[in-house]
Design a binder for this molecule. Structure first.
Ligand code: NAD
Length: 500
């Protein structure tokens, strides 16, 4: 009898079947159910099936997690360790994540629908780098002595802020958590992390790996749950010193209110974007630009805060660029996220798919031409798949041009002058990112300077590194993740003035 070799998809399904999923909250160094035993169904977007029932933490569970974090901070070894020792623990954690990268990538793909190959190549790589970078940074700093004259000694020292609440979204569950956890833990804080209800699995597994790496009990707690129950309890908690949030503007505003209504905890916000890709007359060749534009909007099914969702193209380059982008959109076939060959996975959940479809229908009603995509596909799988979509013919006030869609949907606008391009680019309440395509040095610099956004790419898109800050101007948020600037969110400055 000849045996048929398993396909790469079957191999991944077998690997997943062998995993023991972590579904309870992680509080004070151990997994525990919610105190009232409540759970929520965790659904996979690849087929709409329930993967697991996960602890639904309420305010009482958040209380326990905060109490554990408080004890660890006020009495425990973590903030008192030599920075070199914290560095060693966090480097061990980075190593463990690296060793478990395939398992974690599979969990991410299963839980939120991104292609497993992207999860491995991007999410896991960046997560490991994030822990390595902040671990390595932490024993390289010295504090300051101020120039106050010979009769005093005034030192300016950085101290950990205390207990940090981290609330993150579902689009890069582990990676965005690592952007918060690595700098917060490296500086000696304790953390209560709430993953998004759509994607809790990797955060729970991370907590287990953190304990294995040697992070003391209570220093990292993970409380899965929803926004109004779990997230609000973190925002309002009187013993949390700072909240670091990534998500929508609407919820970001709530965290500012929670802070005002409770203990004025520090709040940093990484919010949405409606990011322009500006293609000037003298941009590089059509294929180079179109490739980056298509990747910039269709990567992670457009569920990216920095997705290049608005193409602004000079009229002389319009036909060539649009044709090349549309060809790429049509070639992209949505497929099973667990298949390593898949380039376009599933959207995260049915309501989000319906929301994105609603934007497309609304755009058509407002006169859009659908140049590519626009339809739900693979519905027979039970999953939430959408074609890569390109919308043309919309005015600058159309809803699809103004609002963040957070799906694989590109709109097109045309301009004639540099001034018009800049004006269109800035005509948004957001200011997260933008790209400028030109071979003219002055146009590149002047446009980059004129755009009100936290990141401007020139002749590339989405290139990044842990060494540079990420975050937004205007309603894209406040505070920065990544780079040494991220440490500011997790530390307080202390002046000690000594009369000599
Ligand atoms: P969301 O704001 O709905 O949810 C984010 C987190 O907040 C989740 O953990 C959720 O449970 C929690 N939450 C929801 N309602 C809450 C409430 N009332 N009180 C407290 N917590 C609550 O966002 P989402 O839909 O998960 O993610 C998409 C958004 O995130 C998009 O707007 C996207 O642009 C943004 N985002 C920004 C960045 C960035 O770095 N700037 C990165 C990724 C995503």
């Amino acid at each position: 009898m000849t045996s048929v070799a398993a396909s790469p998809l079957e191999e991944n399904l077998n690997r997943l079947a062998a995993l023991r999923l972590r579904t309870e909250a992680f509080i004070d160094g151990r997994f525990v159910p919610a105190q009232d035993r409540a759970t929520f169904p965790n659904v996979s977007p690849r087929d709409g099936r329930v993967i697991a029932h996960v602890a639904l933490c309420g305010p009482q569970d958040v209380d326990s997690a905060v109490a554990a974090a408080r004890r660890a901070f006020d009495e425990g070894p973590w903030p008192r360790m030599h920075p070199r020792e914290r560095r060693a623990v966090l480097l061990r954690l980075a190593r463990l994540i690296f060793e478990h990268r395939e398992e974690l990538a599979l969990l991410e793909a299963l839980d939120m629908g991104k292609p497993v190959s992207d999860a491995l190549a991007v999410d896991l790589r960046v997560t490991v780098q994030s822990f390595e970078y902040f671990a390595e940074a932490i024993d390289k700093f010295s504090d300051e002595v101020a120039p106050t004259g010979t009769d005093t000694l005034a030192t300016v020292t950085r101290e950990p802020i205390g207990v940090v609440g981290a609330v993150v979204p579902w689009n890069f569950p582990l990676m965005l958590a690592s952007w918060k956890l690595a700098p917060a833990l490296a500086t000696g804080n304790s953390v209560v992390l709430k993953p998004a209800e759509q994607s809790p699995l990797t955060a729970l597994r991370l907590a287990e790996l953190a304990a294995e790496a040697g992070i003391p009990d209570g220093v990292l707690n993970v409380v899965p749950g929803d926004g109004p129950g779990t997230g609000a309890a973190i925002g309002l908690h009187p013993h949390i010193d700072a909240v670091t949030f990534t998500g929508s503007g609407a919820v970001g505003r709530k965290f500012l209110r929670y802070s005002a209504e409770s203990n004025l905890k520090k709040v940093s916000l990484e919010l949405g974007g409606k990011n322009p890709q500006i293609v000037f007359r003298d941009a590089p060749d059509d294929d180079t630009v179109a490739e980056a534009i298509a990747t910039g909007i269709f990567f992670n099914a457009g569920e990216v805060c920095s997705a290049g969702s608005r193409l602004l193209v000079h009229s002389s380059r319009r036909d060539g660029i649009v044709e090349a982008v549309v060809a790429r959109a049509r070639r992209l076939q949505a497929d099973d996220p667990l298949d390593p060959r898949t380039r376009l996975g599933a959207l995260v959940e049915e309501p989000h798919l319906q929301k994105v479809l609603g934007y497309i229908e609304g755009a058509v009603a407002e006169g859009a031409d659908v140049l590519a995509g626009g339809r739900r596909v693979r519905e027979e799988t039970g999953g939430y798949y959408l074609e890569a979509t390109v919308l043309d013919g919309l005015g600058r006030d159309a809803t699809a041009v103004r609002e963040e869609i957070f799906g694989p949907v590109l709109t097109i606008q045309t301009f004639e002058t540099v001034e018009e391009a800049v004006e269109l680019a800035n005509d948004t309440p957001y200011g997260l990112a933008a790209a400028v395509w030109t071979t003219d040095l002055s146009t590149a610099h002047l446009t980059a300077r004129a755009i009100r956004a936290g990141t401007v790419w020139v002749n590339c898109f989405d290139d990044s590194d842990v060494t540079v800050p990420f975050g937004g101007y205007k309603q894209s948020g406040m505070g920065r993740d990544k780079s040494l600037h991220a440490l500011e969110k997790y530390t307080e400055l202390k002046t000690t003035w000594i009369k000599l």
